[in-house]
Design a protein around this ligand. Structure first.
Ligand SMILES: Cc1ncc(COP(=O)(O)O)c(C=O)c1O
Length: 394
């Protein structure tokens, strides 16, 4: 069929969705009736806690929630976000000027690039890192410069090197606990970030998607806990992982006031805020009982332990992650992450995400999601180890 119109330059700049092919391949195998253990995605498998679902059910009965909500989200939700930060991190925020409600973290990450980047501007991103930073940067016509994350430096970027080679970078994206490496940082990295950002015209964007998932009693810290952070950065907090609400599309940004005001201005033009009933349910998530949040982190930790124990039993040693629900598994020499992922799926029925999909420095790794039952994760680990043993001599 003749295309009706050429796509805009903006659309043509979009990178192809790296993992779409894997998803299709997995689906095709499942339809053939094969026993596929799918650890390739980051979609939480456990349900949203019941009290949040009930809050939605109750709110949806209230006709007031059927009307347009306020452009900047319900004031009661913005207050709940501020209260949540006070309770969890001891960070006191003004709900009017330091909180913006988002249609999911992904939307905020894309929007912030449209807000601050002109064509040709530079944004720094972690490599390996979450692919959607690139999406927003490309839509804006800006250039992405990468900050390598390597195990020798505990998957933390070399900030001096990054800013020496890109002194005019306007945005710096960071993400801890880190997808895909599972690394967690202490305050020293964030303090250094603030020191270096303060003297520049640069906004730090800390993506705190896995805020609630730290293992072995590690409590991931908020960027805003560091003094000066709110003057040079924002943090994006999604309810997708903390409350297993990935399908609900609700998140918020906190921090630097000008950036928060700019996000709200963008929202004024792009849409009215989220369905008010979802906002009410989000309030009940943030302010209600938190025991299920902790239970879920324990579940992920047990799954992580089961997976690494099963690898170990087969003689494969790898370092378990400190946070997120992902394992970042180094591959044997001589096979690319794409070939490994594709052969593992074909030959052993286990889907994992090829590391190179997260950036050049992801080559040599695959990401494994702990998003199935312990027995299945152990089975997957055995199949992965068997594959490695069978292919260890090339
Ligand atoms: C690192 C990271 N950031 C952001 C997101 C986006 O989360 P959401 O759009 O569901 O809020 C994800 C989701 O997988 C993620 O892994």
């Amino acid at each position: 069929m003749r295309p009706i119109l050429p796509l805009s330059n903006r659309m043509q700049r979009l990178p192809s969705q790296f993992f779409a092919g894997l998803t299709q391949q997995v689906q095709a195998y499942i339809e053939q009736g094969r026993d596929v253990i799918n650890l390739g995605q980051g979609n939480p498998d456990l349900p949203t806690p019941a009290h949040i679902v009930e809050a939605l059910r109750d709110s949806v009965q209230d006709p007031a929630t059927h009307r347009y909500g306020p452009f900047h989200g319900l004031a009661s939700l913005r207050s709940a976000c501020a209260e949540f930060y006070r309770r969890e991190y001891g960070v006191v925020l003004d709900p009017d000027s330091e909180v913006a409600i988002l249609f999911g973290g992904k939307a905020g990450l894309i929007e912030i690039s449209q807000i601050y980047l002109n064509e040709g501007d530079v944004a720094l991103v972690p490599d390996p890192g979450y692919p959607d930073y690139e999406s927003g940067i490309k839509i804006a016509g800006a250039r992405m410069a990468t900050m390598p994350l390597v195990p020798e430096q505990h998957f933390m970027p070399d900030l001096e090197a990054a800013l020496a080679s890109e002194p005019d970078a306007k945005l710096m994206f960071l993400n801890y606990p880190s997808n895909p490496t599972g690394a967690v940082v202490d305050s020293s990295l964030f303090e250094q970030v603030v020191r270096m950002a303060q003297s520049r015209k640069m906004l730090v964007v800390h993506d705190f998607a896995y805020a609630s998932i730290g293992f072995d009693s590690i409590r991931p810290m908020s960027f805003l806990e560091v003094e000066g952070a709110r003057d040079c950065g924002i943090e994006i907090y999604t309810l997708s992982k903390t409350y297993n609400m990935a399908g609900w599309r609700v998140a918020f940004a906190v921090g630097q006031k000008e950036a928060i005001a700019a996000l709200k201005l963008y929202h004024n033009h792009a849409y009215v805020s989220l369905f008010p009933a979802i906002q009410k349910a989000a309030e009940s998530a943030l302010l209600g009982p938190q025991d299920e949040v902790h239970q879920r982190t324990e579940i992920y930790q047990k799954r992580r332990d089961a997976f690494y124990l099963a690898l170990h039993q087969k003689g494969i040693s790898a370092k378990p992650p400190q946070g997120t629900f992902f394992g970042w598994l180094p591959l044997p020499e001589g096979i690319s992450s794409l070939d490994f992922a594709s052969r593992l799926l074909q030959e052993k029925g286990v889907a994992v995400a090829a590391g190179v999909g997260f950036g050049q420095h992801g080559e040599g790794y695959v990401r494994v999601g702990f998003l199935d039952r312990e027995e299945r994760l152990m089975e997957a680990a055995h199949r992965i180890a068997d594959w490695m043993i069978q292919n260890q001599n090339g």
